[in-house]
Each structure stands twice: as C-alpha cells, then as structure tokens.
Design a protein around this ligand. Structure first.
Ligand code: C2E
Ligand code: CA
Ligand code: CA
Length: 672
C-alpha cells in the first residue's frame, strides 16, 4: 500500500515535470542564446562531469542520496541563459548518467522532472525579483542581481531537497519532518555551500569562458571535502565487514520508529547465528568473516522493501520490520529470514550450514522505548536459543525471571574476561590419618554489585548462554596454575574439578584439558574430573568416549553426588571411574539416621569391591567423621575440615602445617 503511494508520488512529479521540461526546452531561443556558445557548451560539459562524479550523501541511517556540483552550474546557467538551456543540459547529464549506471527508468523520469520543477521555480523567483522574462534569455548578469540570485538559489535548495525528501520518506517510511531534522545540517554544509557559489559561477561565466577552468579549483575543493565528510559519516554508521548499518544506525532508526508507533507499529528482531563460534574456531576468521558477509546479504535479500537491517557485531543482526503488529506476521518475517539461510554456504570449497535464532519484540505492544524493546527482543532470543534455534516472540509472563537471567548473561561475558570468575578450594583429607590429599575447586563469581555469587546462581545461566566452555576453560587454567604452585611449595595434593554434562559432550574438552595440563606443567594423575550421573543422560556414547579419553590421558574420574540418581548402580557398571563421592544428603544426618548409615555402609562396600576410592562430602560433625572412618570411607570433605578457601588462604593453610589437621571449621573466606 505504501509502495503504491511512492509510485503515485513519482508518477505525479513526472507527469508535471516531463512536459514542463519539453516546454522549457522548446521555448528557449536556441538561435540567440545571449552568452557565447563556447561558454554554454563549456558550462554544460562541466555540469555533465559533475553529474558523473557525484558525492554520496547519507540521509538518515541508511537511505542514500547523491549531490553533485552539477546543480551549482545548472543554477548559474539559469542566471545567464533561458531556463530551457539549463534544463536541457541537466537532463542530458541525467540521461548519460542513467545510461552508465542503469538505474530504473522511472527513477530517471522522476529525476529529470524533479530538476526541471526545481530549476523552473528558481527561475521564476529570479525573474520575479529582477523583473525579467521567465522563459526567454535574461538580461546581463550584473552585481545588482546577486541578492536575487542568492534567494533563487535558496528556492532551488528547498525544492530540490523537498522533492527528493518526500520520495525518501515514502520509501523508508520515515516522516519528512524527521528527515529534515536529521539531515538539514549536513545538507547545509554540502549542497548549501555549493549552491551559494552559483552566483559567483554565473559571474565568472559571464566574464569569460576562460574563467570556468579556474572555477574548478574551489568547486573541486568543496566537492572533495564534502565527499570526505560524507564518507566519514558513512563509516560512523556502517559496519565495515558487511556494509550493513551498524548499532548506532539501529539506535537512530529505532528511536525514530518509537516516535511514530501510533501510526507505524514495528517488530524489533534480533537474529543470532547458531554455532558461529565453532565455525570461527575451527575454520578460522577468514572463513567466518566471509560467512558473515554472505549471511548478511541473504538476510538483507529476504527483507521486505522498506524494512531495516543492521549488524550489531559478531554474529548478531537486528531487523526492524515495519507495519508488523502481531505474533503471526512477525513470525512470518522470521521464517523468511531463517529460510534464507537454509541452503548451505559454499566457502573455501566447503559447504557450511548456518542457522539462526530469532527473538522478537513488538512495538508498541511490548514497549515504546528502544532500550526496553531491545532488552525484550534479547529475552525472546534467549528463549529461542534455548529452544535450539527457532524464532520466538517475547512472552511477558516469563519476564522477571528472564530479565534477571539476561542481566546476568550480559555481566557474565565481561566477568569471565575480567577474571571475576575464580575457584575456591575445599580441602579433602584421608579419613584415617587426617592428611590432606586433595582439594575440590568450587566456582565463584565476585560480582561488582551483587557480591560473591555461588555456582548455583550462574553455572546454569552460563550453560544456557553457551558460555560454559569459556567459563570452564578459564577455571581449568586458573586451577592448574594454583595446583602447580602448591606442588612447587612441596604440597602433594590432587585437584578435583566439577564438569557439567554439556562440557563432557564437547569434543574439544579433552584436548583443552591436555593443553592446560601441559601449560601448567602438571601431571594428569593429579587432576580428578568430577561428573554426576547426569552425564549419561542425552548422548551417553559421546560422554563415555570423552571419559575414556580422559582416563587414558591419565586423569582420575569421580562420580559426584552418588546415590541421588535413579540408576546409580547401572552407571557404576558402565562408567570408567576411580572415585565415588557419597552425596551430602546421606552424610548430613549420619549418626542420627540409622537408614543413612546403612546406605553409606553399602555404598562404601560396593565401591571398594569395584576397586574405587570413596569420598564423603558434607561432613560437618566429629561423630559423623568418626563413623565414616569406622565404616572404611577413604576421604573426608566438609565444613568440619574446612570451608572452601581462596587460593591464598589454602596456600597459607597448607604451609601452616594443617596437613595433619582435624580442625574445627575455619572462619570462611576472610580474604573475600
Ligand atoms: P558439589 O560438587 O556437590 O560441591 C559441594 C558443594 O557442597 C559446594 O557448594 C560446597 O561448598 C558445599 N559443601 C562442602 N562442604 C559442605 C558441608 O560440610 N556442609 C554443607 N552444607 N555444604 C558443604 P557450592 O560451592 O555452592 O557448589 C555447588 C555445586 O555447584 C557443586 O556441587 C557443583 O555441582 C557445582 N559446581 C561448583 N563449581 C563448579 C564448576 O566449576 N563447574 C561446574 N560445572 N559446576 C560447579
Ligand atoms: Ca563436586
Ligand atoms: Ca557433590
């Protein structure tokens, strides 16, 4: 519907402009032009040259427009010759340019008409102010005409920009008023300055044709600086890799869209490629970049006319789909985006598949403010991602929870980079001798405002956001570096690291462990990988293979929280393990709850028959410890021995001779 309005507008202008052009050209006194023919021909050539070397001007965030010195010359010619001459020269210039750049013919007709109308109006203003004839050749151009010429140049500026502005407004759905506000300043310094020169150009042409080449000097200078300025503006608003508008552009567009929501509803869509990081990591940045370029062009190609796309950075894109106010039509747009990526990408001889997830917020339904809308689209994107690549519209009923997660996700990315996520170490000792045999690493996040967060508050979030691998890598490196330093200090302790099932299924994990051990100079048998029985849920074969590889590498494997799963016994048979950790829930009430004692006895016995070591965790009391020792449990871990300690505190603790310690609980985390 909008498009027909644009076409109607282009049609109306053309219907007025084209006949006007023929009329003006035919009315011109071609036999007696007034000015010498070489001057007219020279000026016309200059005009054509200017048209062929235009300056791209940005209008708003993405729609482009061009400006050239040809307008200056055309307006100057109006002051010296009949309007038909300037209009003829301008039209010829446009036709040559059209033949070269192959624009659409309706655009050529519109451009010719637009210039004809603007030039004729300029001529009318000038003739009126100087008392001259409108159609014929004017009198001599003298200094008294300067004022009238300037006013006429202003008329040209307003009409010419006004006529194209309306077309841009109809094409981009941006209101004219906003366009004017956004662009007036930049247009003033470019075509305003150039047009102000037109009386000077006219004077020079009237003086001598020889002056024309001289005039080129200031014109070219203005031309060049205007070109540089607009290039810089373009760079500030566009992404260098894909050429799409960037985040700044998006924010400009979106804040504008937010002021027009009562007439034009908008769907804000965030698009994120699935598994892009893997492609980047395995095939390199060069392939990654080329994939992004191809993805960008496919996404752009799948948009409706008038919709807007920007690249936010990385593998994230944003789309504004105008006139979209309900779930169904937004999901249609999303389906088209996703379909555009369906066929594989041929890059460097390989066929790559790229899928995307889409999160959608509808304005004004879900918000009328750009920040809220983007946040809500991000919440929807998060839901779409956890749904394994789909498109989701923001669901207000899940809001609070999601927003909270969202805040954490945004922070977590930065936190991992800034080293805010770090391990604490809880000592483990030999049940019989009290000798410290190992430590378990427990992740913490020292959040700048929320304080120190425990793993329950962020591990799952990291997993959902696909950041678990980064987090685990960081912890692994930190842990092994500390372990190496304790070994250097003469403390022969092992280290246990908790690994989520998702990480276990990541084919690169075992290599990461190997690399990290090598880098820290730690032998593999000092490292125990703790997994829960959940590792067998999902792709069990893959997890088993990884556990086997870890074991062959020389690492120890422990089953954590043993006894809480549904079929712990069955896993004992299948998993390659060295250690069982009896879950805290059975240890807590040991000594009070006879049934727990029966279970613990059975588990210890079972484990020993399998040749496994048994650790009891959550030991808080002396009687529990005594009972566990009597039962034959090998290793004790719990608050009774020590709470999780910072690496510094643990180092001091070990140095301080706590190796034979059965001490009461230490004051926790004094270092935090
Ligand atoms: P978990 O592996 O069972 O770790 C033991 C948890 O029990 C720790 O809580 C520890 O602080 C706590 N604990 C230790 N002794 C006692 C005690 O005597 N009494 C009581 N009431 N609690 C005790 P935390 O540090 O909050 O860790 C919770 C869970 O988060 C861990 O359970 C583990 O499953 C997970 N986790 C911790 N660090 C990581 C990590 O780096 N990666 C992954 N994937 N998961 C981790
Ligand atoms: Ca554990
Ligand atoms: Ca545990």
């Amino acid at each position: 519907m909008r498009w027909s309005r644009l076409h109607t507008y282009l049609g109306v202008v053309s219907v007025v402009g084209v006949p006007l052009m023929f009329f003006a050209v035919l009315r011109a006194p071609w036999a007696n032009l007034g000015e010498p023919v070489p001057t007219i021909v020279g000026a016309s050539l200059l005009l054509i040259l200017g048209e062929l070397r235009p300056i791209p001007i940005s209008r708003g965030a993405d729609a482009g427009d061009e400006l050239s010195i040809s307008s200056t010359i055309a307006v100057a010619m109006l002051f010296l010759a009949a309007p038909g001459v300037a209009i003829a020269a301008q039209s010829i210039a446009l036709i040559i340019d059209e033949a070269r750049s192959r624009r659409r013919w309706e655009r050529l007709l519109f451009n010719i008409s637009q210039y004809t109308v603007a030039l004729m109006a300029t001529r009318v203003v000038f003739a009126d102010l100087t008392g001259q004839h409108v159609w014929g050749r004017p009198g001599d151009f003298t200094p008294e005409h300067l004022g009238a010429a300037l006013v006429a140049a202003v008329a040209f500026f307003v009409l010419n920009n006004g006529l194209t502005g309306i077309a841009v407004s109809l094409a981009t759905r941006m209101p004219v008023r906003r366009l004017v506000q956004a662009d007036l300043r930049s247009h003033f310094v470019t075509d305003g300055v150039l047009l102000a020169l037109s009386p000077v150009v006219a004077q020079a042409m009237a003086w001598s044709v020889v002056a024309l080449p001289l005039l080129m000097v200031p014109l070219v200078a203005v031309h060049r600086s205007a070109r540089l300025a607009s290039q810089r503006e373009h760079e500030a608003l566009h992404d260098a890799l894909t050429g799409l508008p960037n985040r700044t552009s998006l924010m400009l567009r979106l804040s504008r869209a937010c002021t027009e929501l009562d007439t034009v509803p908008v769907a804000v869509m965030l698009v994120d490629l699935d598994h892009f990081k893997e492609i980047n990591d395995t095939l390199g940045h060069y392939v990654g970049d080329r994939l992004l370029v191809d993805v960008a062009s496919r996404l752009r190609g799948s948009l409706r006319d008038g919709d807007f796309i920007a690249r936010l950075g990385g593998d994230e894109f944003a789309i504004l789909a105008y006139h979209t106010d309900n779930d169904n039509s937004a999901l249609d747009v999303a389906a088209r985006l996703r379909a555009a990526l369906e066929s594989t990408f041929e890059l460097s001889g390989a066929d790559l598949a790229a899928q995307c997830s889409v999160g959608i917020a509808l304005a004004p339904l879900h918000g009328t403010d750009e920040d809220i809308l983007l946040k809500r689209a991000d919440v929807a994107l998060y839901d779409a991602k956890s749904n394994r690549g789909s498109a989701m519209v923001y669901d207000g009923s899940r809001d609070e929870h999601s927003l909270e997660r969202l805040g954490l996700i945004a922070d977590l990315r930065r936190a991992i980079d800034d080293g805010e996520v770090f391990p604490l170490f809880q000592p483990q000792c030999d049940a019989a001798t009290g000798e410290i045999v190992g430590v378990e690493a427990l992740a913490r996040w020292r959040h700048p405002t929320a304080g120190v967060l425990g793993p329950d508050e962020f591990i799952e979030v990291a997993e959902g956001a696909g950041m678990l691998d980064v987090l685990t890598d960081s912890l692994l490196d930190q842990c092994l570096a500390h372990l190496a330093s304790w070994h250097r200090a003469g403390h022969a302790v092992r280290l246990s690291l908790n690994i989520s099932p998702r990480t276990m299924r990541d084919s690169r994990f075992v290599d990461r462990v190997r690399e990290s051990l090598l880098a820290a100079g730690v032998e593999p048998h000092w490292l125990t990988i703790e997994v829960t029985e959940h590792v067998m849920v999902g792709d069990a074969a893959r997890s088993l293979a990884a556990l086997d590889r870890l074991r062959r590498l020389g690492c120890r494997i422990a089953i954590d929280d043993f006894g809480t799963g549904y079929s712990s016994m069955a896993y004992l048979k299948r998993l390659p393990v060295d250690e069982l950790k009896i879950d805290r829930s059975f240890v807590e009430k040991l000594g009070e709850e006879p049934k727990d004692e029966i279970i613990v006895r059975a588990v210890v016995d079972l484990a020993h028959r399998f040749g496994l070591e048994v650790t009891a965790e959550g030991v808080e009391t002396e009687p529990a410890w005594a009972l566990l020792t009597a039962i034959g449990c090998d290793v004790i871990q719990g608050y009774l021995l020590a709470r999780p300690l910072t690496p510094e505190a643990l180092g001091a603790w070990l140095d301080g001779g706590h190796r034979q310690h059965r001490a009461a609980a230490r004051p926790i985390l004094t270092a935090l």
